[in-house]
Write a protein that binds this ligand. Sequence first.
Ligand SMILES: [Zn+2]
Length: 379
Amino acid sequence: MTGTETRSFGGRVLRQVTKVLPEHARAHNRSLVLQTLFHQGAMSRADLSRETGLTRVTISDLVAELISDGYVAERGTREASGPGKPAILVDLDREGHRIVGLDLSNTDRFLGAVLTLDGEIVARHDVAVPADREDILGVVTQLARDLVADAHAPVLGVGVGTPGVVDDRGIVLAAPNFGWTGVDLEGVLSRELGLPVLVANDANAAVLAEYTFGGAPDDVLLVRVGRGVGSGLLAGGQPMRGSRFAAGEIGHVTVGTDGGPECVCGKVGCLEAWLSVPSLERRLAVDDAGRDATLRDAGERLGIALAPIVGALDLSEIVLSGPLELLDGALAQATVETLRARTLARFHDGVQVRMTAQGEDIVLRGAAVMVLSGQLGVS
Ligand SMILES: [Zn+2]
């Protein structure tokens, strides 16, 4: 795997996409083995060689190294179908390491979990969001410490999904709810815990959970509806961060030219003003008889906001994450109808709108994927 493929586009050579330098080849091959076992489960070294295209010798060598590092374990034998020795199976040691995940996106409580490498939650801790913003960093650090202490296995790393705009070094550039600007959350936590830490926006974490554990396709937008509205985006299986790390910040895009509800940001008709949980609940409380109409209206606004995104990126799926009783039904139905009416029928008619199956743990599980991906190259 030392290709130097380039893609040319209108005569302009784009960034090299598959170049693997020799010194990176080993790490790349290690990830390839781990990725194969992560998704396909136990297999023999011969199977691994066939699946990865690496030689038997390379596989033997890599598997020995991964066993000694505690990431891979032998798992008995499989009866040989013909003559010869039964094959020894190897698998990811899914119980051998733990991951700690934090979800700071809820309004009242910070959530935390200890997860297996399969994303199964084996312990939970949570703590009230402190009233004094000065205390937030300390409370988050202590929550992470308590989870690490409760892991009962080596911790591969700590993943954090937080509201706000987060750069590629885990610095929270802006999180108005916490009064944070330029807070090096990743740096503070990794110094305090002595572990690898990865921090991302909560919607960006959530879309990773949907991709790795929820079977989402390579081109998908996940919309999170809560106190605000945000989204996480994968294009070609890669997270999109944007030029200022604010990709997916669709909440304050104005929808339509006919005004609309007032938004906390001072504008009228922002997507968030139509769709956030507090805004929906406020309108439903005033007019419960018109419940379906209100939900359809919000769903239509979401469809209007998403149509150009679906068109530009040729997305195949929109996943919604938030309260089922509000999103699933009239609202999602109106969104899909609006999307279909407003995009190119031949290509985008099949765009799916569905609820996530990850429930309320989506950010915790996404935080685990950040660690798996960052530490093992698995996603
Ligand atoms: Zn706004």
